[in-house]
Design a binder for this molecule. Sequence first.
Ligand SMILES: O=P(O)(O)O[C@@H]1C[C@H](O)[C@@H](CO)O1
Length: 297
Amino acid sequence: MTTFNDSTKTFARMYTYDTLQDIANYLLERTKLRPKIAIICGTGLGCLAEKLTDTDVFDYETIPNFPVSTVEGHAGRLIFGYLKGIQVMCMQGRFHYYEGYPLAKCSMPVRVMKLVGCSHLIATNAAGGLNPKFKVGDIMLMKDHINMMGFAGNSSLQGPNDERFGPRFPVMTEAYDPRLLDVAKKIGRDLGIENELHEGVYTCLGGPNFETVAEMKMMRLIGVDAIGMSTVHEIITARHCGLTCFAFSLITNLCVPDYSYKDDANHNEIVEIGRGKEPVLVELVQRLVKNIHANLK
Ligand SMILES: O=P(O)(O)O[C@@H]1C[C@H](O)[C@@H](CO)O1
């Protein structure tokens, strides 16, 4: 298996189909599980992975050519296991652009999920609530995203396209599966949390700084409901290789476009909000996984 480091300029070229297939094979040779559903745990949302039983756990540093998580609140483990009896694979910790990883590297695990045999991705994140109706602790089901980093010419799909993953110019009009969105809304009603459940548009900024007031104002104007630093490039990579996607944001702080607002975002508080919402988030994801599993072809 080839190895390489972060200083490689032609990064997108290095995670070739064969290299990613090697990573998938490495995992498949070490677990008997064959999950169809993959989950990415956002900041403070690693509790989802803690619910898995009969697990095979891979620390990122033990997987050949895998990056390592450097952010507090991201454990850095790939876990295969059962969520209420259904096989899943779970990234407990993701990779962010601000950690110094190119977007292709941040999203590379999504292609590994595909090569392992997954057909569905559930991505979660912590995000700042820009929509004035949102409160801290609410959940925003992602119905769409605005690819701000893409506007600046930065994409996880940059570089040579390998048709074995997907087409050169993938469509993004139904990036977030409408059926799963409806299922999640119904689960929200069943759980009695419809008042804290919203649908909305997410955007990913490069970070690691939080937004200025002027930036928040601009993003509100263009239709953003929640601001984060992940997920968009993962979903683009996932849709490119044909995964069905569902994603939600936990609103961990408010983005208030007002110079007199003093309650600034704070990473430690963001991690804590995630931990505090564990029961409802776990229930939502478990029920969603059950529904996806029941509808697998
Ligand atoms: O991995 P996610 O998108 O959940 O992480 C968010 C964005 C930053 O990494 C961090 C800020 O506290 O949380």
